[in-house]
Design a protein around this ligand. Structure first.
Ligand SMILES: N[C@@H](CCC(=O)N[C@@H](CS)C(=O)NCC(=O)O)C(=O)O
Length: 213
């Protein structure tokens, strides 16, 4: 059983937040930051690339070893903890969770975070301005993804089979940023089930330290 891990990365990252949430849900103690064993590892430095050659966060440091990719990290934590938490025993249900985990980290993250929110956080326009045409162009894909997620959620409490799962852990930080972000009422309507769903996850005791901003 894992008792303590270090998460290399920064709290603003939605993927880092998913790993934090996973730890909190499992009761695994963790430290977070770019300091590893009392030594700062600058983002994109050769030391960072030695831990993850793709130069991304989060990276899990456990027992002197480094593991990257959020889904792999979360499954490693879950498997070491109980193996069944947040992943249904039923093979079909588990495949559904895996499907949504993949769709969230591949597509929803791209449409919401990379193609849209990043334009506001790190504007690449003239004199550091937000390229509104880029932001506008990204919106239809988000609106479509929101509809797909609403359809999947239906009247359930959680995304897959009405059980809290890894898919929810991966989606919640992205949704939190989307609902609190620019043009949010155009992207997620005031009466969208996703708002109630996001609030439900954020109300979980384990979420207390995650959605702080
Ligand atoms: N597929 C990776 C994606 C990780 C990722 O894109 N992390 C972002 C932060 S949310 C990052 O490191 N961005 C910095 C960069 O791309 O330079 C995972 O699931 O962990």
């Amino acid at each position: 059983m894992i008792s303590h891990v270090h998460i290399y990365g920064k709290h603003f990252s939605s993927f880092v937040r998913s790993v934090q949430l996973c730890c909190e849900e499992l009761g695994i103690q963790y430290t977070l930051g770019i300091e590893v064993n009392n030594h700062i590892i600058e983002f994109k430095s050769s030391e960072h690339l030695a831990l993850n050659p793709f130069g991304k966060m989060p990276i899990l440091i456990h027992d002197g070893r480094a593991l990257y990719e959020t889904q792999a990290i979360c499954r490693y934590l879950i498997d070491n903890f109980s193996g069944t938490a947040f992943q249904p025993k039923d093979v079909w249900q588990r495949a559904q969770v895996d499907q949504w985990c993949s769709a969230i980290t591949s597509y929803v993250d791209k449409y919401v975070v990379r193609d849209y929110l990043m334009e506001f956080v790190f504007p690449k326009g003239d004199k550091g301005s937000v390229r509104m045409d880029v932001a506008q162009a990204a919106m239809p894909a988000i609106i479509n993804a929101v509809k797909i997620l609403e359809d999947q959620l239906g009247s359930n409490d959680y995304l897959v089979g009405n059980e809290y799962s890894l898919a929810d852990i991966l989606l919640a930080p992205i949704l939190h940023y989307l609902i609190g972000g620019p043009n949010n009422s155009d992207l997620v309507s005031a009466n969208s089930s996703l708002r109630t769903y996001a609030a439900r996850i954020q109300a979980r005791p384990a979420a207390k330290n995650i959605f702080v901003k």
